[in-house]
Design a protein around this ligand. Structure first.
Ligand code: ZN
Length: 180
Protein backbone atom coordinates (compact mmCIF):
# COMPACT_ATOMS: atom_id res chain seq x y z
CA UNK A 1 0.00 0.00 0.00
CA UNK A 2 1.43 3.33 -0.94
CA UNK A 3 1.41 6.65 0.76
CA UNK A 4 -1.32 8.90 -0.63
CA UNK A 5 -0.42 12.29 -2.08
CA UNK A 6 -1.31 15.23 0.14
CA UNK A 7 -3.33 18.26 -0.89
CA UNK A 8 -1.46 21.36 0.17
CA UNK A 9 -1.80 25.13 0.21
CA UNK A 10 -4.17 27.45 2.01
CA UNK A 11 -6.16 28.23 -1.14
CA UNK A 12 -6.37 24.62 -2.32
CA UNK A 13 -9.89 24.05 -3.66
CA UNK A 14 -10.41 20.60 -2.13
CA UNK A 15 -9.14 21.76 1.26
CA UNK A 16 -11.54 24.70 1.06
CA UNK A 17 -14.63 22.63 0.16
CA UNK A 18 -17.11 21.50 2.79
CA UNK A 19 -17.07 17.71 2.87
CA UNK A 20 -20.15 15.54 2.54
CA UNK A 21 -21.61 13.07 5.02
CA UNK A 22 -20.67 9.42 4.69
CA UNK A 23 -23.83 7.30 4.29
CA UNK A 24 -22.74 4.02 2.76
CA UNK A 25 -20.67 2.11 5.29
CA UNK A 26 -20.65 -1.07 3.19
CA UNK A 27 -18.86 0.68 0.33
CA UNK A 28 -15.56 -1.18 -0.28
CA UNK A 29 -14.04 2.09 -1.49
CA UNK A 30 -14.62 3.58 1.96
CA UNK A 31 -12.78 0.71 3.65
CA UNK A 32 -9.93 1.03 1.14
CA UNK A 33 -9.68 4.78 1.69
CA UNK A 34 -9.54 4.34 5.48
CA UNK A 35 -6.77 1.72 5.17
CA UNK A 36 -4.79 3.97 2.83
CA UNK A 37 -5.22 6.99 5.09
CA UNK A 38 -4.07 4.99 8.11
CA UNK A 39 -1.02 3.80 6.19
CA UNK A 40 -0.25 7.34 4.99
CA UNK A 41 -0.51 8.65 8.54
CA UNK A 42 1.77 5.89 9.80
CA UNK A 43 4.38 6.67 7.15
CA UNK A 44 4.34 10.43 7.69
CA UNK A 45 6.67 11.93 10.25
CA UNK A 46 5.29 14.19 12.95
CA UNK A 47 1.73 13.46 11.92
CA UNK A 48 -1.06 12.85 14.41
CA UNK A 49 -4.15 13.10 12.25
CA UNK A 50 -5.25 13.09 8.63
CA UNK A 51 -8.58 14.22 7.19
CA UNK A 52 -10.02 12.89 3.91
CA UNK A 53 -9.87 16.27 2.09
CA UNK A 54 -6.11 16.23 2.68
CA UNK A 55 -5.91 13.19 0.40
CA UNK A 56 -8.31 14.62 -2.16
CA UNK A 57 -11.63 13.22 -0.92
CA UNK A 58 -14.34 15.55 0.33
CA UNK A 59 -15.80 13.07 2.81
CA UNK A 60 -16.49 13.62 6.51
CA UNK A 61 -13.80 11.25 7.66
CA UNK A 62 -10.54 11.56 9.55
CA UNK A 63 -8.07 9.19 11.17
CA UNK A 64 -5.74 9.75 14.09
CA UNK A 65 -2.69 7.85 15.28
CA UNK A 66 -3.38 4.84 17.52
CA UNK A 67 -0.55 5.79 19.88
CA UNK A 68 -2.62 8.62 21.34
CA UNK A 69 -3.62 7.76 24.87
CA UNK A 70 -7.16 8.83 25.56
CA UNK A 71 -5.94 10.76 28.56
CA UNK A 72 -8.91 12.42 30.11
CA UNK A 73 -11.11 10.90 27.47
CA UNK A 74 -14.39 9.53 28.70
CA UNK A 75 -15.96 6.45 27.21
CA UNK A 76 -19.56 6.38 25.96
CA UNK A 77 -20.94 4.72 29.06
CA UNK A 78 -19.46 7.39 31.28
CA UNK A 79 -16.69 5.10 32.42
CA UNK A 80 -13.39 6.92 32.99
CA UNK A 81 -10.63 5.99 30.63
CA UNK A 82 -7.92 3.89 32.16
CA UNK A 83 -4.20 4.11 31.43
CA UNK A 84 -3.45 2.25 28.26
CA UNK A 85 -6.98 2.71 26.98
CA UNK A 86 -6.76 4.10 23.49
CA UNK A 87 -8.94 6.64 21.77
CA UNK A 88 -10.82 5.53 18.64
CA UNK A 89 -8.71 6.10 15.51
CA UNK A 90 -11.40 6.41 12.83
CA UNK A 91 -13.92 9.25 13.06
CA UNK A 92 -16.71 9.44 10.50
CA UNK A 93 -19.36 12.19 10.40
CA UNK A 94 -17.86 13.58 13.62
CA UNK A 95 -19.58 16.51 15.27
CA UNK A 96 -18.72 18.54 18.33
CA UNK A 97 -21.82 18.41 20.52
CA UNK A 98 -20.41 20.41 23.41
CA UNK A 99 -17.21 22.26 24.18
CA UNK A 100 -15.66 24.08 27.08
CA UNK A 101 -15.92 27.86 27.37
CA UNK A 102 -12.32 27.83 28.44
CA UNK A 103 -9.91 28.12 25.53
CA UNK A 104 -6.21 27.47 25.40
CA UNK A 105 -3.62 29.09 23.14
CA UNK A 106 -1.75 26.23 21.49
CA UNK A 107 0.94 25.67 18.87
CA UNK A 108 -0.55 24.11 15.80
CA UNK A 109 0.65 22.88 12.43
CA UNK A 110 -0.80 20.97 9.50
CA UNK A 111 0.54 18.47 6.96
CA UNK A 112 -1.20 20.48 4.25
CA UNK A 113 0.72 23.64 5.17
CA UNK A 114 4.31 22.46 5.43
CA UNK A 115 6.94 24.68 7.03
CA UNK A 116 4.43 26.70 9.01
CA UNK A 117 2.96 26.73 12.47
CA UNK A 118 0.76 29.10 14.39
CA UNK A 119 -0.78 29.95 17.72
CA UNK A 120 -4.43 28.98 17.77
CA UNK A 121 -7.14 29.23 20.43
CA UNK A 122 -8.92 25.93 20.98
CA UNK A 123 -11.56 24.77 23.44
CA UNK A 124 -9.93 22.98 26.38
CA UNK A 125 -12.23 20.00 25.97
CA UNK A 126 -14.82 18.82 23.49
CA UNK A 127 -17.57 16.24 23.48
CA UNK A 128 -17.74 14.56 20.12
CA UNK A 129 -20.12 12.14 18.55
CA UNK A 130 -19.04 10.17 15.52
CA UNK A 131 -19.31 6.85 13.76
CA UNK A 132 -16.63 4.21 13.38
CA UNK A 133 -15.72 2.59 10.07
CA UNK A 134 -18.70 0.23 10.35
CA UNK A 135 -21.16 3.02 11.07
CA UNK A 136 -21.41 2.32 14.79
CA UNK A 137 -21.99 5.52 16.76
CA UNK A 138 -19.75 6.52 19.63
CA UNK A 139 -19.29 9.52 21.91
CA UNK A 140 -16.11 10.76 23.40
CA UNK A 141 -14.99 13.52 25.69
CA UNK A 142 -11.53 14.61 24.68
CA UNK A 143 -9.09 16.80 26.55
CA UNK A 144 -5.51 17.84 26.00
CA UNK A 145 -3.87 17.15 22.66
CA UNK A 146 -6.70 14.86 21.57
CA UNK A 147 -9.16 17.73 21.97
CA UNK A 148 -7.00 20.06 19.87
CA UNK A 149 -6.49 17.39 17.23
CA UNK A 150 -10.20 16.61 16.89
CA UNK A 151 -11.04 20.32 16.55
CA UNK A 152 -8.33 20.67 13.88
CA UNK A 153 -9.59 17.66 11.91
CA UNK A 154 -13.25 18.72 12.07
CA UNK A 155 -12.20 22.13 10.73
CA UNK A 156 -10.78 20.31 7.70
CA UNK A 157 -14.20 18.75 7.03
CA UNK A 158 -15.70 22.23 6.99
CA UNK A 159 -13.16 23.65 4.57
CA UNK A 160 -11.35 25.52 7.33
CA UNK A 161 -7.63 25.61 8.03
CA UNK A 162 -5.94 26.61 11.25
CA UNK A 163 -4.44 29.69 9.57
CA UNK A 164 -7.98 31.14 9.53
CA UNK A 165 -7.97 31.06 13.33
CA UNK A 166 -4.30 31.70 14.08
CA UNK A 167 -3.36 34.71 16.18
CA UNK A 168 0.21 34.47 15.00
CA UNK A 169 1.89 32.54 12.23
CA UNK A 170 5.48 31.42 12.01
CA UNK A 171 7.61 30.09 9.20
CA UNK A 172 10.32 27.49 9.72
CA UNK A 173 13.18 28.09 7.30
CA UNK A 174 16.69 26.62 7.53
CA UNK A 175 15.98 25.63 11.12
CA UNK A 176 15.07 29.21 11.95
CA UNK A 177 11.70 30.38 13.11
CA UNK A 178 10.40 33.64 11.67
CA UNK A 179 7.17 35.35 12.59
CA UNK A 180 5.01 36.15 9.57
ZN1 ZN B 1 -4.44 19.73 9.15
Amino acid sequence: MAKLALETGKSNKILRTESRTVNDFSDPDLRKLIAEMEETLRLTENAAGLAAPQVGKNLRLFVIIPELPAKGARLPDGQESVPGKKAPTVFINAEIVKKSQKELRLDEGCLSLPGLFGIVKRAKWVKVQAQDEFGKKFKLKAEGFLSQLIQHEIDHLNGKLYVDRAEKMFKIEDDEIKEL
